[in-house]
Design a protein around this ligand. Sequence first.
Ligand code: PLP
Length: 259
Amino acid sequence: MEERPIVLFIGGHDPSGGAGIQADIETAQALGCRATSLITCLTTQDSTNVRALHIQPVEDLLGQLDCLLSDMRPQAIKIGLLGSAEVIPPLAERLATLAVSLVLDPVLAAGGGQRLADERLVAAIRRHLLPLTTLLTPNRAEARRLAMTAEPDTAARELLGLGAGAVLLTGADEARGDQVINRLFQEAGEQDFNWPLLPHTYHGSGCTLAAACACGLARGGDLAPVVEQAQAWTWQTLAHAEHPGDGQWLPRRLPETEK
Ligand code: PLP
């Protein structure tokens, strides 16, 4: 059998299983990739909101990364919740030597409203990670905060100017009418993707989409079709979402297996 491409996921753990590393691993499993993972922080959270972050010491995280990379080479990397600014410069230094596709999901706040990044973390992402990023996947609020610009399209273009190879600006956080418009910005131009707005609010949709993009890039696809297929697949996981708690709905990423 052919070996599956390896994707390295760097992000936080969400005990509800909707977002974070569990979303990443399930996505890789569903999309024919092998997941490797580094946990930047544990969180205290449920399907309504994040209540606390428990950040892993920087030297421990870097030790785990060095150990893993001395053994395995990922074909793509996805970064989600980082938790602290300190880890970013040494992490970026290591990632710069790898020359693989990097998908950066700039998790700055939870869907429930809890802030997950301070201004130092935002500044460190701008300075150290954007120049290494193949695809950045902010929602509108994240694009504004990262670019320090009020208008989301202008913000996305500024983020390209800061070194991101492409920006997929997602629109579900500020959808109007019955459509979600996600816009892909590249040097060559822009492309819109329209999706029917689904009836609930979802926890982990952004993680799932960014992870699906990383899997598509690991499998060797071109950026625009990878981004389109990742959105179509993520939309299906939301259309089949479940409501196991009292808060947001959680994507259903894995099919039933035969019992
Ligand atoms: N917790 C973790 C560990 C995450 O990675 C994320 C998003 O990536 C969140 C919480 C927030 O998820 P959401 O914005 O879907 O509520």
